[in-house]
Design a protein around this ligand. Structure first.
Ligand code: ATP
Ligand code: MG
Length: 354
């Protein structure tokens, strides 16, 4: 399939539903061929932003470019984008083949070109052998792939996917997200994938934008966002984070309760001067728990067995801190009520400033 790669550039985009501001000051550049995720909680504006790129919904203020073309004023069908909606709704009375052909017929493509295009799209998603089945005779994952074939058949420049795996069970989701990524790599198609599931975003995307309340909080690779969150929202949304308040004193971060934590200078965000630092992010797996000798004293309030890990909730003068330890075999070393001492891995604790 011959698809032209094109990047997407969004400049100072604002969007409101009536009086309600839903997107504010969105700026981002998505590279040609990139798999890019929009990640954020429910209501953060992910679908609204995706739909704005596709040309649905209220007209936003700002610019949207695909390649060199400003598409903000074009109707959806002239934008060269393919969108898979969350409810992918196949036509129940049409075969798989007819479902995929439908969009091409709508675009008034000559009949002799439609046949080969449909076959190629179905081949790409591995469903050519089921072309004559009806949607009701397919599994959920197969239906999802028909929806995808229907979209790539129109040969869009960019592919927009709004929670395309949300209707599948957990095991199928994991399998489909791998297949989706493999397909995206094969086609080299610039793709935006909307999800509220951080694992799904982490495992698929080259880069992602984290949204909260209509504002981009941070853009980067999954690992950059996890290791170097720029604010408490990103730190807490990507994985579990203990966020303690305090301030820098020399090379130490001193918590509100007066506990002194040695931190590496590299942990400080480049943009934030030490004087402005007011919080530290401690990941559960980067805290060591011992009977004594650490930086923070506490008491085990609760213990959870997670299989590969044991999670301790430890009451400390700075509030409850979550600590994860690897589990291989044998009884867990600390019981509820045990006095323990926590030490932090100074290389891995991001510092935050407001
Ligand atoms: N047609 C509409 N009229 C008014 N407000 C709307 C409309 N559509 C969406 N909104 C509001 O815009 C905000 C963003 O909605 P959006 O659908 O983009 O969220 P989302 O991040 O996709 O959430 P979810 O993960 O639940 O799908 C929400 O507060 C929502 O209530
Ligand atoms: Mg949505």
């Amino acid at each position: 399939m011959t698809l032209t790669k094109a990047g997407i550039r969004i400049e100072d985009l604002h969007l409101s539903f009536g009086e309600t501001k839903v997107l504010e000051g969105i700026d981002m550049v998505i590279e040609p061929g990139e798999f890019f995720a929009f990640l954020g909680p429910s209501g953060s504006g992910k679908s609204t932003l995706l739909r704005a790129i596709a040309g649905f919904g209220p007209t936003p203020r700002g610019r949207i470019l695909i390649g060199d073309r400003d598409i903000a004023a074009l109707p959806p069908w002239k934008r060269n984008v393919g969108m898979v909606f969350q409810s992918y709704a196949l036509w129940p009375h049409m075969s798989v083949r007819r479902n995929v052909a439908f969009g091409l017929e709508e675009r008034r493509m000559p009949a002799r070109e439609i046949g080969p295009r449909v076959e190629q799209a179905l081949e790409t998603v591995g469903l050519l052998h089921l072309a004559d089945r009806m949607p009701a005779q397919l599994s959920g994952g197969q239906q999802q792939r028909v929806a995808l074939a229907r979209t790539i058949a129109i040969e869009p420049q960019v592919l927009l996917l709004d929670e395309p795996l949300s209707n599948l069970d957990a095991a199928l989701r994991v399998q489909m997200r791998r297949e989706l990524l493999a397909l995206q790599r094969k086609l080299g198609l610039t793709t935006i994938f909307v999800t509220h599931d951080q694992e799904e975003a982490n495992t698929t995307s080259d880069r992602m934008a984290v949204l909260d309340r209509g504002v981009i909080q941070q853009i980067g690779t999954p690992q950059q966002l996890y290791d170097h969150p720029e604010n408490a929202f990103v730190a807490g949304f990507l994985g579990t984070a203990n966020i303690l308040k305090g301030a820098m004193q020399g090379a130490d971060f001193v918590t509100e309760a007066g506990q002194r934590l040695p931190v590496a200078p590299a942990a400080a965000p480049a943009a934030a001067p030490a004087a402005d630092v007011n919080r530290i992010v401690l990941r559960p797996q980067n805290i060591r728990i011992a009977a004594s000798g650490g930086d923070i004293m506490g008491t085990v309030a609760h213990r959870e067995f997670l299989g590969s890990q044991i999670r301790y909730l430890v009451d400390t003068p700075d509030g409850q801190i979550i600590v994860d330890t690897l589990h291989s075999s044998g009884p867990p070393p600390y019981d509820e009520g045990a006095a323990v001492s926590l030490s932090i891995d100074s290389q891995s604790a991001p510092l935050l400033a407001d």
